[in-house]
Design a protein around this ligand. Structure first.
Ligand SMILES: *Cc1c(COP(=O)(O)O)cnc(C)c1O
Length: 365
């Protein structure tokens, strides 16, 4: 048996006619950019998340970058962000000429709320909270700290669509929630896409103006802007994904409960879930000091796995100029050296998962 980390074709085949009908409807409509599908999707997503507004954008990176920009964060400003995140988060900060201030993660792989205060300076403007691997961060503590120091909260929900804490859904806690619809995300489309969710109507309008060259009326440009529109085809397909998101999350939960219950190898540390937090299981991330040997053992048995993420941003070549070195963020570096994401996807068969579990339990090094 051959197992891949992800099989996007399975989720497609499960609802093939629904996707194809929607795609055909858009193709035949003659309306491909900024039409009714986008408006409807924005209304449906904001209703699902529990915010008053949503604006579709071209990617998750754009959602983060434009958010910081519209909040006025730039040169000389600092943004607090967890050190063990995907590099897009850091790029959204540096693309605005602001400075990322890294904070170590907690045992749930999310921003450690007890370490935020020590990182705050008079230049700090915002906390960028990443709900990594699908689990909601400790928003109660983070909100209290942000309020005390008058900081914006931007949530990165690229991996956490539908995850909640105390019955509130991620993307509705902070000033702005940022989403990516990259195909592998829980709410993934069939190409690139992104969105923001928020309550402030004026700010929502500024996103809509910005994404279309600073224009609300054709060839009337109120501000400088960019091209960051979510197209009609993606919006129509994402409406289907959103309609089935809870079912897809339930399937991921079933798969992950099996991993949690049936991985019995004592060398493996299985993921933990914070009390009152929920996870939508974007990834099932295990940890072991023998990670490289385990990955090799699985590969030899035709099971492909991925590491999220092998090089933390502070050690990435792209951020060499920030001046960090090995040892700057020991917990983050330890995670980078010991974590492994197991195969997980909609439509994973019982037989496939049994094989993965069996091979993990047989690992002995
Ligand atoms: C995928 C991802 C992004 C970037 O999204 P794109 O749509 O690829 O630009 C940002 N943050 C996190 C946590 C992600 O997983």
């Amino acid at each position: 048996m051959k197992i891949q980390p992800n099989r996007l074709d399975r989720a497609y085949k499960l609802r093939q006619t629904e996707y194809e009908d929607a795609a055909l409807r858009v193709l035949r409509s003659g309306q491909y950019i900024l039409g009714d599908e986008l408006k409807t999707f924005e209304n449906e997503l904001s209703a699902y998340i529990g915010t008053n507004h949503c604006a579709g954008l071209a990617s998750g990176l754009d959602a983060l970058t434009i958010s910081l920009k519209l909040l006025g964060i730039g040169h000389c400003d600092e943004v607090i962000v967890q050190a063990n995140t995907f590099i897009a988060c850091i790029m959204s900060i540096t693309k605005n000429n602001a400075t990322p201030v890294f904070v170590e993660p907690d045992e749930y792989y999310n921003l450690d709320p007890t370490k935020i205060e020590a990182a705050i300076t008079k230049r700090t403007k915002a906390i960028l909270v990443v709900h990594l691997f699908g689990q909601a961060s400790d928003m109660e503590s983070i909100e209290a700290t942000a309020k005390k120091h008058n900081l914006y909260i931007i949530e990165d929900c690229a991996q956490s669509a539908g995850a909640g804490q105390n019955k509130q859904v991620t993307g509705s806690f902070g000033d702005i929630g940022c989403f990516s619809f990259f195909p592998s995300k829980n709410l993934g489309g069939f190409g690139d896409g992104g969105a923001v969710t928020l309550n402030d109507p004026e700010l929502a309008q500024r996103f809509r103006t910005y994404r279309n060259y600073g224009s609300n009326k054709k060839y009337h440009h109120e501000t400088e802007g960019g091209n960051s529109r979510l197209d009609e085809l993606q919006a129509a397909l994402l409406r289907i994904r959103l309609r089935h998101l809870n079912e897809m999350t339930a399937e991921r939960k079933t798969l992950c409960n099996r991993y949690l219950n049936e991985i019995t190898n004592k060398q493996i540390i299985i993921p933990k879930i914070r009390k009152n937090s929920e996870t939508v299981w974007h990834q099932f991330v295990i940890r072991t000091p023998q990670r490289d040997d385990l990955q090799k053992h699985l590969a030899e048995n035709n099971i492909e796995t991925i590491i999220h993420y092998p090089i933390p941003p502070h050690l990435s070549k792209a951020y060499k100029h920030l001046g960090y070195k090995e040892g700057s963020f020991p917990i983050t570096e330890q995670y980078a050296n010991t974590t492994l994401s197991l195969p997980l996807y909609i439509g994973m068969t019982e037989e496939e998962q049994s094989y993965v579990i069996d091979m993990i339990n047989k690992f002995n090094k």
